[in-house]
Design a protein around this ligand. Structure first.
Ligand code: APR
Length: 305
């Protein structure tokens, strides 16, 4: 099994490192536009192999997409990250150009690959990749909901003083300020969240989650990479192991949730075929309004682009 990661920056290199530690793929190709960057990073990661007891081969490549040939999964992490004061939307034009050209080259050499998109603004970049790739929408997967959900679970675990592992949650909508966490579908080891926290108090945690990425940008001067790459690895694992796990991912919608011709975060079942099913929930009026607002925001950006 071969996985190619495009972009050997913070997110890309961390994806390679975490994936190598799982020892679930035969070969990882790490590719970047900057000469020698992926070669150096892949060598560094490779030197962990004896210690982490992994047989994964990691190869660093500058620009030569032929080396990505016949990858089962391609993870697209290239593009510019946010700087303090920037929103994810500010990256749209620059990253759209990059995603378009990278998708074309990736699909040319790996026509059967599933693509996982990480570059921001996520829902728009996933759409750009889908339009460019001209493949079935089940093969284009945007990583955002898993990350937003894991941030929410972490903040909630701190508030409730319980293990983050025991918190289950579900999010819909776009990556960023218009994400729609579902209070009704949040629980702690199966116990509905309302037994622990009022909806008002939960809203405080949701607001903190929405600003979770920005908080890190303000500390580091660039965007996060550890939690994002761990989220990507969850998707890769679900596909390669055909585990049928349910995660929120950004996918091309064809009428589900009353939305079409756009990519947005919804719960999906992931397996060997990529997105095997979009899970449609019966939303109440309030949840539906929030989702529509989120969709409006993403659609506007697509139109502008
Ligand atoms: N082809 C291949 N690699 C490219 C290209 C391209 N056309 N354009 C840029 N890159 C590479 C850069 O050379 C850099 O090494 O993408 C890498 C991006 O790495 P970082 O600048 O460290 O950015 P990172 O933090 O990894 O974020 C990448 O993921 O989470 C999102 O918002 C984030 O859009 C950003 C993306």
């Amino acid at each position: 099994m071969k996985v190619t990661i495009i972009g050997a920056g913070n997110v890309g290199a961390s994806c390679a490192s975490l994936l190598a530690q799982k020892d679930i793929v035969k070969k990882i190709v790490l590719l970047d536009i900057i000469e020698k960057l992926s070669e150096g990073k892949s060598l560094d990661i490779s030197q962990m192999l004896p210690m982490i007891q992994s047989n994964t081969e990691i190869i660093g490549i500058s620009n030569d997409y032929s080396k990505s040939k016949n990858s089962e999964i391609i993870i697209i992490t290239c593009g510019i990250p946010r700087k303090p004061g920037m929103s994810r939307d500010d990256l749209v034009k620059t990253n759209a150009k990059i995603i378009r050209s990278v998708t074309e080259k990736s699909i040319f050499f790996s026509p059967k690959a599933k693509l996982i998109i990480v570059s921001n603004p996520l829902d728009v970049m996933t759409y750009v990749s889908y339009i460019t790739a001209k493949v079935d929408s089940s093969r284009i997967i945007g990583m955002a909901g898993i990350l937003d959900s894991t941030r929410y679970r972490f903040f909630l675990s701190k508030k409730l003083n319980v293990s983050p592992i025991d918190i289950q949650s579900l999010l819909l909508g776009g990556h960023g300020d218009t994400m729609v966490p579902l209070y009704r579908y949040t629980s702690v080891s199966g116990i509905p969240i309302k037994e622990f926290l009022s909806e008002e108090d939960n809203n405080v945690i949701i607001e903190k989650t929405k600003k979770g990425g920005e908080e890190i940008v303000n500390f580091l001067g660039t965007s996060a990479w550890m939690a994002p790459s761990a989220s990507v690895v969850k998707i890769v694992e679900a596909i390669l192991k055909d585990s049928k796990r349910i995660f929120p991912c950004s996918v091309f919608l064809k009428g589900q949730y009353g939305l079409k011709d756009m990519c947005l975060g919804v719960p999906v079942i992931l397996g060997n075929n990529g997105i095997e099913k979009i899970v449609e929930l019966q939303l109440n009026q309030k949840e539906n309004n929030l989702l529509k607002r989120s969709a409006f925001h993403v659609k506007n950006m697509i139109k502008k682009l």
